[in-house]
Design a protein around this ligand. Structure first.
Ligand code: ADP
Ligand code: ADP
Length: 232
């Protein structure tokens, strides 16, 4: 369970201030596959960064699985992220000098798990994303869709309770986007992981259990009411 209350985020650059979040409250249940949608600049990434503990809000609170993470210090946040959260980014953020298996295993190794166990877990999760035959390829030898699946495997290797994905399909064609969305859908169903994904592609809406619409730093409650009516 993720509970955010009255989240505000103001970016300060010298004397210029940008209010990216202006008081956002929301709750996401365990096992939900939630899409965060809305126009460019509406605050989707900023919201994801706060919920995923990649950044700290200017004010407001976030409780994840009973822990008030907004009260953690830097070290506590890092530890919480490592233990409970997984991330997928639009540009994959893979290590090009390592092969596929190493890219995934390293995420388990930094968590301090025994190395043999890390490689075993990495193999298993790469099998799950359909890359069991690509274990020893270098990242540069893979297509964009395959690279994104490596990054999904990396996000999953420590079986986090929550996976955050920031526009994971932004650099993929429709076919590969579908593969990635189907994969998230399947992971969510089979493993019960909570998935929170930012997207601005209207056709992605069909994949989500629920959609949080944003507009100008706030939840777009009007849009959500409209979409809710349409769904019924
Ligand atoms: P979205 O993901 O919906 O496109 P963002 O969360 O990226 O929206 O941005 C929301 C607003 O905050 C925009 O006006 C953007 O320019 C601004 N913004 C985002 N990140 C920063 C930053 N690091 N520094 C300053 N302004 C930022
Ligand atoms: P996304 O594509 O995920 O919405 P953006 O392209 O908005 O992300 O932002 C990419 C990076 O640039 C983020 O780290 C964000 O915080 C930063 N950023 C976004 N807008 C601004 C801005 N106006 N000024 C400074 N940094 C920004």
């Amino acid at each position: 369970m993720i509970e955010a209350r009255d989240l505000r985020k103001i970016y300060r650059m010298g004397s210029v201030e940008v209010a990216a979040l202006k008081g956002v409250s929301l709750a996401i249940d365990d096992g939900e596959f939630v899409g965060i949608m809305g126009p460019s600049g509406s605050g989707k990434s900023t919201l994801l960064h706060q919920l995923g503990l990649l950044d700290t809000p200017t004010s407001g609170s976030i409780v994840i699985s009973g822990t008030d993470v907004s009260r953690l210090d830097d070290e506590g946040r890092t530890l919480f992220r490592l233990m409970h959260l997984g991330y997928v980014f639009q540009d994959y953020a893979l290590v090009t000098d390592l092969d596929v298996l190493e890219n995934v295993a390293i995420s388990a190794i930094v968590r301090g798990r025994p190395v043999d166990e890390c490689y075993a877990a990495a193999r298993e999760v790469l099998e799950r994303v359909g890359l069991g035959r690509r274990l020893h390829h270098l990242i540069g030898e893979l297509s964009g869709g395959e690279q994104q699946r490596v990054s999904i495997a990396r996000a999953l290797v420590n079986t986090p309770a929550i996976v955050f994905a920031d526009e994971p399909c932004a650099n993929l064609d429709t076919e590969n986007s579908q593969i990635v969305l189907d994969l998230f859908r399947r992971i969510n169903r089979d493993l019960g992981q909570t998935i929170v994904m930012v997207s601005h592609e209207p056709w992605h809406m069909d994949y989500f259990d629920r959609i949080v619409f944003m507009k100008d730093g706030l939840l777009d409650t009007e849009r959500m009411r409209e979409e809710g009516l349409r769904a019924k």
